[in-house]
Design a binder for this molecule. Sequence first.
Ligand code: ADP
Ligand code: MG
Length: 295
Amino acid sequence: MTAVEFIEPISHEDGVAQAKALFSKTYGVEPEGVWAAPGRVNLIGEHTDYNAGLCLPIALPHRTFIALSPREDTKVRVVSDVAPDKVAEADLDGLEARGVDGWSAYPTGVAWALREAGFSKVQGFDAAFVSCVPLGSGLSSSAAMTCSTALALDDVYGLGYGDSDAGRVTLINAAIKSENEMAGASTGGLDQNASMRCTAGHALLLDCRPELTPLENVSQQEFDLDKYGLELLVVDTQAPHQLNDGQYAQRRATCEEAARILGVANLRVAADGIAKLMTRSRLLRKHWTLCRTRP
Ligand code: ADP
Ligand code: MG
């Protein structure tokens, strides 16, 4: 039997120091700064985000750190502690969807998505990633990567969206677009919202109906395990996944097809309809029982 291995989070100080060290070793200069974003655990609500449903994630203490400097041209160079000797390069100029292969599609795609959204002052960058979020284990290492990149780019290019919850939605959209259109992972938004909008001691109740504004679509629910002397165990089942392997996209397409056949905008509309019907039939049954039993 293999011994149980716990993955401890890297502390803030260590994450910053390690990301800086990898950056300096790779590019020969100090980075402009270091930013970070967490992975997440979703307590309930799987495959609900792209069906306009509800989910309830919490942020992990495990984070991805990015040391970054902006560039004056459109080049992107990225390195990760996963393979610290390999620098991946791309150019934002003329870049199109799915134009970058491998893991560097995730961070490169964020700059690309911001530029596509009209933020033309976003140029290239050099970056080094250090992470303790397990890759491909369902804890959103990809969102930790795209969201930390979005926060860094927001700061160095002075976009001004990183400091408020509502503003972060703009960065979240760039992170989602990067995963969907550059990395080819058709993720629905849960991971990126969790990474950028969760607060300490709370779970994030996220309502993914597209008609809701950023002020309406989240509420912070108390989730303070320490207060109740509880601990949350997240267990790795050793069944790795990769969101851009096609299976996730297939599930999403199936749900969209089901909504189309039912003639509704999304499966949330269908689920709300069923819930209403069930309530109504329960009321009817109750009424009928009352009628029958009346003397
Ligand atoms: P999850 O987000 O649940 O970890 P995904 O399949 O969505 O799983 O994303 C995992 C992919 O994200 C990895 O295969 C890799 O391409 C990329 N990735 C995430 N974090 C890192 C990192 N620190 N270094 C290199 N690539 C990373
Ligand atoms: Mg992911």
